[in-house]
Design a protein around this ligand. Structure first.
Ligand code: PSV
Ligand code: MN
Length: 384
């Protein structure tokens, strides 16, 4: 398949919450024109797809995107040329969850949390979503605060009950995170823990790699290749970071890392939608305007992918076989150092898109339109 054909097939999912207000624990700087409802978030996601051509789905976060009628929301999305994607559960914002959700020492709280996960599967049935994405803020701040092993048992029980409820075409995606909000121990801190639980659960449980959820210096592409080999890579949450879980635009902090990740994906022929990997963004735009930041992020992932597709696989494997260290490294670096922007402009023109989606957005007047129209009501936020 040609590089352009592979790029034409690429799919990137945008997160509903990135369209709403967000901030740090110090301050949320509200922006004008921010969506007030899940419907308006979908309007914005549709703009991103219309301009990039490769972002046809939007992930929801429950309860941030709770509506009375999910069928109606799906239809609304469809009418705007997009579809609803993964359902993200949220068992981290109720007072009850202070000491955890599915790992909480109190069975009543665990029951409530599992109830929410099952509700999320009900929602998936209505939206037609394939993926239930689970991230738990569960963990401990101090040694001795709770029993680490008992918490793993509780986690396994909750996951098993939720897994049982999934339909035949639905998947459970388990996300790990090194720390935050817990500072001493997190109950799903790393890919190994997520992987072990997924293996125990079965085929339809897979791991989510959020690129911001590792210790600095972690070789994320190794994790990618390991999970791909084991058929346990379900999805990505792309974003970039300089320090911790910064949730900055994908490709902004370390475009080389993004390229190395996409190189592993291309090597495993896992880019095509049929491979079943969900390429999602999970980021927050605290300072920059949100819609163009999301467009930029989609384009950054596309650029990294184009470079990965340009790696001369034959030259690479021959150099590897011959023990030619510098030759093998050059095969990878030559692709990374290629300016793929002309190729992508050409591709977009062929796809009937504006070759420069950022400029097209600026010219569209949409930014001014939403500021004018979205007055009154309450701007959507991430609820923090
Ligand atoms: C947690 O930090 C996370 O990465 C999870 O994916 C959440 O669902 C998302 O951020 C939004 O808070
Ligand atoms: Mn995430």
């Amino acid at each position: 398949m040609s590089v352009k054909d592979a790029l034409r097939e690429q799919r990137i999912e945008t997160p509903s919450w990135a369209y709403g207000n967000s901030g740090t624990r110090f301050k949320v700087f509200a922006q004008q024109g921010v969506p007030r409802t899940p419907y308006e978030k979908i309007d914005d996601a549709a703009v991103v797809h219309r301009l990039t051509g490769i972002a046809p789905t939007v992930a929801l976060h429950i309860p941030w995107d709770r509506v009375d009628d999910y069928g109606k929301l799906s239809e609304y999305a469809r009418d705007r040329g997009v579809a609803l994607g993964a359902i993200n559960s949220n068992v981290f914002q109720d007072d009850d969850y202070k000491l955890g959700s599915v790992c909480h020492p109190d069975a009543t709280v665990r029951r409530k949390a599992i109830g929410h996960l099952l509700d999320c599967v009900d929602i998936m049935d209505q939206t037609g979503s394939r993926d239930l994405k689970l991230w738990f803020a569960d963990g401990l701040n101090y040694p001795g605060q709770d029993n680490l092993r008992a918490r793993q048992d509780r986690l396994a029980e909750a996951l098993a009950e939720t897994y049982e409820r999934l339909g035949a075409d639905q998947r459970m995606l388990l996300e790990y995170k090194l720390f935050e909000p817990a500072f001493y121990a997190t109950d799903v801190p790393d890919w190994g823990t997520a992987f072990a639980h997924c293996v125990q659960l079965g085929e339809r449980a897979q791991v989510v790699i959020d690129t911001g959820h590792h210790a600095p210096g972690t070789n994320i592409e190794f994790i990618v290749s390991f999970l791909l080999r084991a058929d346990k890579l379900g999805a990505f949450d792309f974003n970039s970071r300089f320090y911790a879980d910064d949730d900055l635009m994908a490709g902004a902090a370390d475009p080389f890392q993004l390229f190395r990740i996409m190189h592993e994906i291309v090597l495993a022929d896992a880019l095509k939608p049929a491979a079943g990997i969900a390429f999602m963004l999970d980021q927050c735009h605290n300072l920059e305007p949100k819609i163009p930041a999301i467009i930029r992020s989609v384009l950054n992932v596309q650029e990294a992918t184009a470079k990965a597709l340009l790696v001369d696989q034959k030259m690479l494997s021959e150099a590897q076989q011959a023990g030619d260290v510098l030759g093998a490294n050059a095969a990878v670096m030559d692709a990374y150092n290629t300016d793929v922007r002309p190729l992508l402009r050409e591709l977009r023109a062929e796809m009937g898109l504006d070759p420069d989606p950022m400029a097209a957005y600026r010219r569209s007047g949409y930014a001014e339109q939403i500021v004018r129209e979205r007055v009154g009501g309450e701007a959507a936020g991430w609820g923090a």
